[in-house]
Design a protein. Structure first.
Length: 53
């Protein structure tokens, strides 16, 4: 499944969130690092959702 992400640049690096998954966000020093980190965050988020069901 694919999710749209929102990537924002700041003085500290990049923050990234997933509008379709409330509360799912991450960050990184570079755009690439932030994108990799959000992939991990999405997997963890979905694992928790699956446990709850």
């Amino acid at each position: 499944m694919k999710y749209k992400i929102v990537l924002r640049h700041s003085e500290e690096g990049y923050s990234v969130s997933v509008p379709g998954l409330p509360g799912c966000w991450s960050q990184g020093a570079t755009e690439e690092e932030a994108t990799e980190n959000i992939r991990d965050a999405i997997r963890a988020y979905l694992a928790v959702v699956e446990e709850i069901r």
